[in-house]
Design a protein around this ligand. Structure first.
Ligand code: ATP
Length: 213
């Protein structure tokens, strides 16, 4: 589904990833771990074509077949099904929950919204609430839900559980496991052990390299 081969990433002259290789298959839940600064966010940004310059290959199995996407613009990667949720969530805080979802919707918005709200029942109870008035954990659910409204083929999440109450971490984990069992591949950068404990595979980054396990 996604195959990263010998990926290097650079911020200007500074190299942040060194020869990272990994695969994520359909229905696989992979967690990326590592200390602050190890390169987790950089890897997700590199997959989306954001901020960093990369060398190496990114193979992706999209709806239109397999392709190497490492030279594609970010919007093309998103349209091809890479669903990314950044660490800062990037919600429209002045808009309500429902408006945040609708703004991301493609075709078949109503049915998609119903599916997404079933995954995150808490959001159903606050559809009219401005995103600014939600807790961090609720905002994180909304950010994931909004990305799901675009019908992605793979989910890339940057620290979804950082600083979030345990009960909401549990809800996020349950939603991710339900998505996984429906065949969605998921790659999550995350230190939270509850989430990491549910992963099929964990990969540890140390100073921009995959640690041998
Ligand atoms: P965190 O949990 O703190 O987000 P991380 O594992 O996601 O850590 P990255 O944010 O990917 O780590 O950082 C990897 C390396 O790249 C670090 O050395 C960091 O200082 C550097 N870096 C990150 N963003 C930039 C940037 N915009 N410009 C220059 N260097 C950066």
């Amino acid at each position: 589904m996604l195959e990263i081969v010998q990926l290097n990433a650079f911020y200007g002259q500074a190299q942040a990833l060194f020869g990272v290789s990994l695969r994520v298959e359909a229905g696989e839940f992979v967690v990326l771990q590592g200390l602050n600064g190890a390169g987790k966010s950089t890897l997700l940004k590199a997959l989306m074509g954001l901020e960093v310059r990369t060398e190496g290959r990114i193979g992706y199995q999209g709806a239109a077949g397999a392709a190497n996407i490492e030279r594609w613009a970010t919007h093309r990667r998103a349209r091809a099904g890479l669903g990314y949720v950044a660490e800062d969530r990037r919600l429209f805080t002045g808009l309500t929950v429902r408006e945040n979802l609708r703004i991301a919707a493609g075709r078949d918005a109503m049915a998609q919204e119903a599916r997404v709200l079933d995954l995150f029942p808490v959001l159903k109870t606050m559809l009219k609430r401005p995103a600014a008035l939600m807790s961090g954990g609720e905002q994180q659910m909304l950010a994931i839900a909004r990305t799901l409204m675009t019908s992605p083929r793979i989910l890339l999440l940057d620290e979804p559980c950082e600083g979030i109450a345990p009960l909401l971490v549990e809800s996020i984990r349950n939603a991710l496991l339900a998505l996984k069992s429906s065949g969605m591949p998921i790659l999550v950068a995350e230190q939270n052990q509850l989430l990491a404990g549910s992963a099929d595979r964990r990969l540890v980054l140390v100073a921009g390299k995959v640690r041998d396990s």
